[in-house]
Ligand binder design. Structure first.
Ligand code: SF4
Length: 312
């Protein structure tokens, strides 16, 4: 499958079937913390970057599989880049809704929310998770490195308009990077923006996996808690600090793991969490994949990450 990946076990969404609308990294941002490498096409141009018909054909193929009744909780639309740049977004959401009845989630960087056509396309979804890493132009430019066409004040207003008109859930994700977008002024600007946007939830995250730029460093749990306490509305911390073990082990599937690692480097804990595997089983499986030369390891901030050799 070229556009479908997973399903992965997401803490926020349950068992999530991923759909990637783009194949070459195309984004209106080039975030310093990005896990999928530098932006190749830095643009705000909306077009059909990949054939919508091919994406829909893959969804149909999945639904026709014998085990299509596996308990997928949601379909999650994402991209190697920014999914709202793809003009087939609305058609893909509608197709899933009409043919599965399952909720559709869209992960977006939020940069296109100043456009009425993008907001309109997203109305078809059930949960929209836009990012807003900073409401201050200076830190916004340092963390997200937007294309010249991106306008931060218009995005904040557009997010507010969307939240008022959308009947589903909006979870605003804020990724905080140490000494980049976590100053007092940044938090004050975020407070004001959240009061304008009024999302159903605000979810705080920080750098976890190897970022594009090594200087993108995470906040610790205490720092995130402190900021969470200063923001209005329902605020959650979605960054993971504690290591958990799985209670319901199932047979490991190397293909699922390789599909996930092609998209981004992961720790043993990430893999166990995403695929609901026991840590021990995951370690044994990774050792086998390393021995076969299908996976290599790299170190970042004291953690070991696994990835296919060609993505290193
Ligand atoms: S918006 Fe997402 S895909 Fe685009 S550069 Fe930032 S993290 Fe990467």
């Amino acid at each position: 499958m070229k556009y479908l990946f997973g399903p992965v076990n997401s803490r926020r969404l349950g068992l999530s079937q991923g759909i990637d609308l783009l194949t070459i990294k195309t984004c209106n941002y080039d975030c310093i913390y990005c896990e999928i490498g530098p932006t190749k096409i830095h643009t705000c141009e909306r077009k059909e970057y990949t054939p919508t018909a091919d994406i829909i054909a893959e969804i149909d193929e999945l639904l026709a599989e014998k085990d299509a009744d596996k308990p997928i909780d949601v379909f999650t639309i994402t991209a190697t880049g920014e999914p709202t740049l793809h003009t087939g977004l609305k058609a893909v959401i509608k197709h899933i809704k009409q043919n599965t009845g399952k909720p559709v989630v869209v992960l977006t960087n939020g940069a296109m929310f100043d456009r009425a056509d993008v907001r309109q396309d997203l109305m078809e979804a059930d949960i929209v998770i836009p990012s807003l890493d900073s409401a201050r132009d200076d830190s916004f430019r340092r963390i997200d490195r937007p294309a010249a066409c991106v306008n931060l004040p218009e995005i904040i207003l557009g997010l507010g308009t969307f939240c008022r008109e959308f009947s589903g859930q909006v979870w605003l994700e804020v990724l905080l990077v140490k000494n980049i977008n976590d100053s007092k002024d940044d938090i004050k600007a975020l407070q004001e923006a959240i009061n304008v946007i009024k999302p159903d939830r605000t979810q705080l995250n920080t750098v976890a996996r190897p970022p594009l730029e090594p200087f993108a460093r995470p906040l610790n749990e205490e720092e995130l808690n402190n900021i969470a306490g200063q923001l209005p509305g329902h605020v959650e911390i979605i960054a993971r600090f504690a290591k958990k073990d799985r209670k319901n082990p199932r047979l490991p599937n190397p293909d699922e793991i390789l599909t996930m690692l092609v998209r981004r480097p992961c720790t043993i804990s990430d893999i166990s969490e995403a695929l609901n595997l026991e840590t021990k089983a995951t370690c044994q499986l990774m050792d086998k994949l390393i021995a076969k030369g299908e996976v290599i390891t790299m170190s970042h901030q004291g953690k070991t990450y696994y990835q296919p050799p060609h993505s290193a």
